[in-house]
Design a protein around this ligand. Structure first.
Ligand code: ADP
Length: 310
């Protein structure tokens, strides 16, 4: 518990007689990136709003840095909601300064930090523009800066990459990774599997108000792997090899491409078989040009768990 920045225990919330979140529990280690992944309507925003004390849960407990969640914790959290409002007629600089001061920074300190970030993201030229002149992605960059400016312990992003083009999404990704290196803990919600794949140390999958699985991403991949290998081999004995592989191993349909010119096989080991047993067979029949274990993607894990729970 000491190493956890955020702990949620059986948090539930209903709207009328619809349960939006059912006994949600997670543990977010300090200085990690934790992804809450689930399709639209799964309950992600409900959960995030509860952590931000915008919505009260019906039951369950939440701790922040070892203390029961309470109003003073708002200042330790930086929250970037998916629906973001800015005052359209204000200039970018005036708006950013105003929002930064709401977070408790003095005007002087706010200006100093804003200048650092505007220079860092190379948007100094936007300072005197009106908010209404900004594109969605540009406005989102300003919101991002304002969210991280007071250096909160916990950063919460709701679909942080949704409004960005690929170049800017990458830039924000790098900034989030750097914030972690500098000590922040990051929780973000998304329905995009790739974001979790690329960034998260930990994840929780939720579907229809329920958590299906959670844990360290590498552990989950280990747990959900199926001992399946992608092989490409140059052989003169294609028929014999196929026969041997079919008899002794599980031959699956091929779903991979490769630049080599040989026979492609996707092979799953049977219980008790080792990878060397497979290699020994292959080597007998030809020259192995490609041999890779299939690591389940976050998408594979999601589909497996949703299907298993259906
Ligand atoms: P997600 O963020 O995963 O897309 P939400 O937490 O926004 O999901 O929503 C979960 C479910 O709860 C949805 O079916 C949504 O319609 C419902 N819901 C969310 N907020 C409210 C509310 N204020 N009143 C009634 N229903 C709500």
């Amino acid at each position: 518990m000491k190493d956890m920045l955020l702990v949620a225990e059986e948090v539930s919330k209903a709207y009328g007689n619809y349960t939006a979140l059912n006994k949600m529990s997670i543990q977010v280690p300090k200085q990690s990136i934790f992804g809450i992944l689930g399709p639209n309507g799964a309950g992600k925003t409900t959960f995030i709003r509860i952590i931000n004390q915008i919505t009260l849960p019906d039951s369950g407990k939440i701790w922040l840095d070892g203390e029961p969640l309470q109003p003073k914790h708002v200042q330790y959290i930086g929250y970037l909601p998916e629906e973001r409002g800015l005052y359209k007629s204000m200039t970018v600089g005036a708006q950013a300064l105003y929002l930064a001061q709401l977070k408790g920074l003095s005007k002087k300190e706010a200006k100093r930090r804003l200048e650092y970030w505007f220079e860092r993201l190379e948007i100094m030229g936007w300072w005197n523009k009106k908010i209404q002149e900004l594109s969605k992605g540009m406005a989102q960059k300003i919101q991002f800066i304002v969210t991280v400016l007071h250096q909160p312990k916990l950063l919460i992003f709701d679909e942080p990459f949704s409004g960005f083009d690929p170049v800017n999404a990458n830039l924000i990704k790098d900034e989030i990774l750097k914030l972690k290196e500098d000590g922040a803990t990051i929780l973000f919600s998304t329905h995009r599997m790739e974001s979790v794949e690329e960034m998260c140390d930990y994840m929780a999958l939720i579907n229809k108000s329920n958590k299906l699985i959670d844990g360290k991403v590498t552990d989950l991949k280990q747990e959900y792997k199926t001992n399946t290998y992608q092989v490409e081999i140059v052989t003169q004995q294609q028929a014999e090899l196929t026969e041997v592989l079919t008899t002794h191993f599980n031959l699956l349909p091929n779903k991979f491409s490769s630049i080599h010119q040989g026979e492609k096989f996707t092979i799953r080991l049977k219980t008790g078989q080792t990878v060397n047993q497979l290699l020994q067979v292959l080597i007998k029949y030809g020259e192995v040009h490609h041999f890779v274990e299939q690591i389940p993607s976050v998408n594979d894990i999601f589909i497996q768990t949703v299907t298993a729970n259906a």
